[in-house]
Design a protein around this ligand. Structure first.
Ligand SMILES: [Zn+2]
Length: 534
């Protein structure tokens, strides 16, 4: 005998005060016959009518919860909120005007419970479906057009991606809705596209419509939106955003605001960068494990042959440029703290402390790579280990520097709090980190050089960096665009990381010009911030 079935039913509802009671009565009656345990989750998608009140007052024999959006966000967002809230191992959703006979979930549940599929979708085109096939000609044509387009653009083999009765294994639903980018009706084909990309088994089932289908869909406007969503899903699919991740850990909440709603922005090497819908922080989700990170930062990190995949091609060769870059960045703190004790976190070969010799008689570095730390100057205090684990004196340093460093921390707030603790009163923190809102980031899109998977685990904008600093007890004194000194051949190699052919052509031109002779200061799409304890 199989384990008893437990089912969560999600009912997204927008301005459904009139039709919702009949839907809830039908669900409350059908669910106990379908599952040993069940719940109903009504998601009021920002209705201005009495939808929430009606749902809350409904005398349901089945546990019923109501989630309410302050503003209308769309059916995709509503179902996604229900998926996050669902407590049972099977999750279904249906339309609030419920034209679907929920009894049809019985065969779907049996198939999923037998392990024969991960997702069961209603399919109105199946001969066994009982539907009113007489709906308007326009609707019929647009429905056909959509099924053709989803087949051509996304490779979906389902004629009826939009059917309002679908059942998921809860774990599959959570993984799929985690990569959703579309709030509106297009979420249906987005989820199915992601399901196929991730290798889930999807089965079609006949449905029975109990009355006429929703008449609220406006053909022209909704067709335009569908076309736009279709384009976006196709682009995401080609960018690998829906593909299964190799990341070892579970999904995680935003490390800045704790929110759990996010949408993917880019993916590569089996990792996915998402944007928090609450605060806008970009972070890898799921994150790489500590083991993966430790392996990443082993001794080869600073002299890796896979220069643009991880680490630096030949970090030492660019030493002079690095020192000049750091000298220029250090000038930013001069207006606040010009001298004293300096700590550089994530110091690499120690070029920043070299550049700081004249002004800072006492210099410390923290570096997790022992091979890199071994190359630091003799008169520098070297602490090897990860910033999270090492011990440095509290209230001691005049300047703490984090150069291209904070984006590597799974918990950037803890890293900043530790920097705050190390600073003496009146000291200053100098942070340089990639800026997702920079012109370079916008221009390069998902080929942006600072999208390094998986070493950059968080990426900031001026807004999110400010929030992180303020949360960690800092006040921003200076924030400017940061650049770096570079030579033409280095720039060609950076271009090659995003555009291999263009980069190779550029490298030939640069060699012809006499290569690496001239040095110049180029914007790097980063932001430099000086912050002081608040
Ligand atoms: Zn957030």
């Amino acid at each position: 005998m199989a384990a008893p079935i437990a089912l969560s039913l999600i009912v997204p509802a927008y301005e459904e005060a009139e039709r919702l009671p009949a839907t809830l009565r039908h669900a409350a009656e059908a669910l106990p016959r379908l599952a040993a345990t069940s719940e109903i989750i009504v998601v009021d998608d920002g209705s201005r009518d009495a939808t929430t009140t009606i749902a809350e007052r409904f005398p349901s024999p089945v546990p019923l919860r109501v989630i309410r959006f302050a503003v209308n966000r769309g059916k995709g967002a509503a179902v996604a909120a229900g998926v996050v809230a669902a407590r049972h191992p099977y999750v279904a959703f249906t339309d609030a005007d419920c034209p679907y006979d929920l009894e049809r979930l019985r065969a779907m549940l049996a198939t999923l419970a037998a392990g024969e599929a991960d997702i069961a979708i209603g399919a109105r085109e199946l001969a066994e479906s009982e539907v009113n096939r007489g709906y308007g000609l326009l609707r019929l044509i647009s429905g056909r057009a959509l099924s053709l387009l989803t087949a051509l653009a996304l490779g979906l083999p389902f004629r009826d991606s939009q059917c309002g009765l679908k059942l998921f294994r809860a774990e599959a639903a959570r993984r799929l809705f985690a990569v959703r980018t579309i709030d509106g009706f297009g979420f249906d084909f987005e989820i199915l596209t992601a399901a196929l990309q991730q290798g889930y088994v999807v089965r079609r089932f006949p449905v029975r419509l109990t009355h006429d289908d929703d008449s609220r869909i406006r053909v022209v406007r909704d067709s335009l939106r569908m076309a736009r969503d279709l384009w976006r899903v196709r682009r995401n699919m080609r960018a690998g955003i829906y593909a299964e991740t190799v990341a070892d850990g579970p999904e995680r909440a935003c490390p800045l605001c704790g929110g759990d709603a996010c949408s993917p922005v880019a993916a590569a090497h089996g990792y996915r960068m998402v944007r928090c819908r609450g605060c806008g922080l970009w972070y890898l989700n799921p994150p790489p494990s500590q083991t993966t990170l430790a392996h990443l930062y082993d001794s080869s990190y600073f002299a890796s042959p896979a220069a643009h995949a991880a680490g630096y091609g030949d970090y030492a060769a660019a030493a002079a440029d690095a020192r000049a870059t750091f000298r220029r960045r250090l000038a930013l703190v001069n207006g606040h703290v010009g001298s004293g004790r300096l700590l550089d976190v994530g110091a690499g070969y120690g070029y920043l402390v070299e550049a700081a010799t004249a002004r800072f008689p006492e210099r410390w570095i923290v570096e997790r790579s022992t091979a890199a730390a071994a190359r630091a100057p003799q008169d520098v205090r070297v602490v090897t280990g990860t910033w999270e684990q090492v011990t440095v004196p509290d209230c001691y340093f005049d300047v703490v520097s984090m150069q291209d460093c904070i984006e590597h921390f799974l918990d950037p707030l803890a890293a900043l709090a530790k920097a705050r603790a190390a600073l003496r009163p009146g000291g200053a923190l100098l942070v340089v980190t990639p800026n997702v809102a920079s012109r370079l980031a916008r221009l390069q899109g998902r080929r942006w050089v600072s999208l390094k998977f998986p070493e950059h685990v968080v990426l900031f904008s001026p807004t999110t960096l400010r929030r992180a600093l303020e949360h960690s007890g800092f006040r921003i004194e200076t924030a400017v665009a940061a650049g770096q000194y570079a030579r033409l051949d280095f720039l060609a190699s950076r271009v090659a990381s995003g555009y291999p052919r263009l980069g190779a052509a550029l490298a030939r031109v640069v060699r012809g010009l006499g290569g690496n002779a001239c040095r110049f200061y180029a914007p790097s799409g980063s932001i430099a911030v000086v912050a002081v304890p608040s």
